[in-house]
Write a new protein. Structure first.
Length: 363
């Protein structure tokens, strides 16, 4: 019984072949050749000798706009690679004068996809989950991929039943519209000219080398190198009015690593003038269990705990997102230190109470 290569293994093998033969710029050419050869070798209607294989491959390449023709040596190398049982496909290729080149096993194909029932069920569930997020702007184009997978594996009704997983769907369309174009610029390392309009401020132009897109609290942010300020900055995508490619060269920061950039903050805002501090928080009531199982930050440490409360610390660079998270816990979390943060959060709480007192008769 011959070995059949799973779909991903097919792609890997063709990639290896193209790389081995210095054919990386035209690896799609190699994929087309293998597809044509595989079809010819499976044919029961026509005999394919070497000249016929060359003609079939050249005809297919010509239909794609390729002007160059393949040589005998190229087809020989292709067939040799297909037969290779280590780097190739272990294809059972045989040649006779009567039958020409053909597979010894009728049902063999290097593109055979063999999945067990359990694998198909898993793939079906995965495709159903992907369908839930495929409508998002940042995942546009996924629908066609899902359709091709369903057709390839003959999978139907991936969305006929109620979902067992539900994702949050951002309503921040103003920011989502830029995700795809910025993503492409990050992949191709192209600097961008951004027309940026902060809330309640004058708009301005930013030249930025985009490094990464990050979603936080259902909003998208672009983190990259600000060419004018010569430092890492972040831009909220929903404040972008226009994005165009910049003529300035893309700048790479040898010291920037996204994990290092994010590890000392909550959210995305990072003030280069501020340093990391120890924030002490006392947590009350049932909120203790919530914060135990879902830490406020990766640096969270529990210093003491009783039935009534729990004292924790986090090591972060203070920012607006940190304050928002603390305030989000309401009366269940109290800032113990540092003093400046306790006073600031206390002041904001007094401001909230003041609004309720001033407006209590309005409703």
């Amino acid at each position: 019984m011959c070995k059949t290569a799973p779909y991903l293994q097919v792609i890997r093998n063709i990639y290896t072949f193209a790389k081995k033969n210095n054919e990386m710029p035209s690896n799609l050419n190699a994929i087309l050749r293998f597809r044509v050869l595989d079809k010819c070798l499976r044919s029961k209607e026509k005999v394919y000798h070497l000249a016929d294989l060359i003609h079939a491959v050249n005809k297919e390449l010509a239909s794609t706009g390729e002007k160059r023709s393949v040589s005998e040596r190229t087809i020989y190398d292709d067939l040799k690679f297909m037969k290779d049982d280590v780097e190739g496909f272990n294809a059972p290729i045989h040649r006779t004068n009567e039958l020409g080149y053909h597979y010894e096993h009728d049902k063999f194909s290097i593109f055979n996809i063999t999945l067990g029932k359990s694998d198909l069920e898993v793939l079906k569930d995965v495709l159903g989950t992907l369908k839930q997020i495929s409508g998002k702007e940042q995942f546009k184009g996924m629908d066609s991929v899902i359709s091709r997978l369903e057709e390839t594996y003959n999978i139907t009704n991936t969305s006929s039943t109620e979902p067992v997983m539900v994702f949050e769907h951002s309503l921040n369309e103003a920011g989502q519209q830029w995700v795809s174009s910025i993503y492409d610029s990050i992949k191709s390392k192209v600097a961008l000219q951004v027309n940026y309009q902060p809330f309640e401020q004058e708009g301005y132009i930013v030249i930025i080398s985009p490094y990464i897109l990050k979603e936080y609290n259902n909003r998208w942010f672009l983190i990259g190198w600000d060419h004018k300020l010569e430092q890492i900055t972040n831009l909220a995508l929903d404040r972008i009015k226009e994005v165009t490619k910049s003529l300035q060269p893309y700048q790479v920061s040898d010291t920037f690593k996204i994990t290092d950039y994010l590890k000392d903050i909550i959210g995305v805002s990072k003030d280069p003038t501020k340093v990391k501090e120890t924030i002490s928080l006392r947590v009350y009531g049932r909120q203790k269990n919530y914060i135990k199982t879902k830490p406020i930050h990766i640096s969270q440490q529990i210093l003491e705990e009783s039935d009534e409360s729990m004292l924790i610390t986090i090591e972060v660079i203070p920012n607006y997102e940190m304050e928002a998270v603390i305030l989000g816990f309401g009366e269940h979390v109290e800032v113990v230190g540092p003093v400046w943060l306790r006073e600031k959060i206390g002041g904001r709480c007094e401001g909230m109470v003041g609004r309720y007192k001033v407006n209590q008769k309005r409703y």
